[in-house]
Design a protein around this ligand. Structure first.
Ligand SMILES: [Fe+2]
Length: 262
């Protein structure tokens, strides 16, 4: 080998080594992030406190989008956390199950919630083929409430349950009017101002990119991805959900139990 060849090859070998190390590190980071997104974040529940009113008097715990598929231990831990919070009501804004077979089990677990629980349907609940009566039956068997286009008066609060295309409910005088709607976009159609609107459906996108947000959102969101928004119908909180849809994956979008003072 001539001396000139040696001189040429050394920088080439160094560059190749650098490329190999970079690729190996990138693959390693991808594997670690994937393991985190599949096995850690979907069960890493965040407890978030927010205050909506200037003189808060009622505490609402908001959960949504459980998408129960038999992960009993996880949901029981969520219920345990809910029961450890001093609050007045628990609201659930839809997507309880994707399959009929899980309804009895999930309502049995939610039946352990000590506070009055008020729930509504989500699109996945409808897609199971079950009617609202089936949901009502199981919730009411545990002393809880399931609303379909109706208003429930409990203490100082009027809880209004609506579907995607429901007419706007009438406000109840001298009560806190809280609207439960699975689809955030519904808030844009409101003429009256509610004290609080609670919604789900978006899952916060499940996978979020830093400084950019959700990669994709379902229909019916109108850009309200997650968090507190001011809307034509009043303040709305969009919760990123407890469970997952399609793949059991979350990234920068932890499941959430929200405690809202109003
Ligand atoms: Fe959902």
């Amino acid at each position: 080998m001539k001396e000139n060849d040696k001189i040429k090859r050394t920088p080439f070998k160094k560059a190749l080594l650098a490329v190999r190390i970079t690729v190996a590190l990138a693959v390693l980071v991808l594997i670690v992030l994937s393991l985190y997104g599949f096995f850690f974040e979907p069960h890493w529940v965040r407890l978030k406190d927010i205050t909506v009113a200037t003189n808060p008097g009622i505490k609402i715990i908001h959960i949504t989008d459980i998408h129960y598929k038999g992960d009993r231990g996880y949901l029981e831990s969520v219920v345990e956390t809910i029961n450890s919070i001093q609050a007045d009501y628990v609201c659930f804004t839809g997507d309880l199950v994707e399959e009929q077979e899980y309804l009895e089990e999930v309502t049995e677990i939610l039946g352990e919630v000590k506070l009055p629980l008020i729930a509504i349907m989500g699109n996945h609940d409808h897609w199971t083929g079950m009617k609202v009566g089936s949901f009502k039956k199981y919730f009411e068997a545990h002393g809880q409430y399931f609303l379909e286009e109706e208003t429930l008066l409990l203490g100082d609060v009027a809880f209004h349950g609506v579907e995607e295309d429901s007419p706007e409910p009438s406000l109840v005088k001298d009560k806190l009017n809280i609207l439960l709607c699975h689809y955030p976009a519904y808030a844009d159609s409101l003429k009256n101002r509610f004290d609080l609107i609670l919604a789900g459906h978006t899952h916060g996108g499940q996978l979020r990119i830093p400084f950019s947000g959700a990669i994709s959102l379902p229909w019916g969101t109108a850009g309200y991805d997650m968090g507190l928004f001011e809307t034509p119908g009043g303040p709305m909180y969009v919760n990123p959900g407890i469970g997952t849809f399609w793949i059991n994956f979350r990234f920068l979008c932890r499941p959430e139990i929200t405690v809202i003072e109003i």
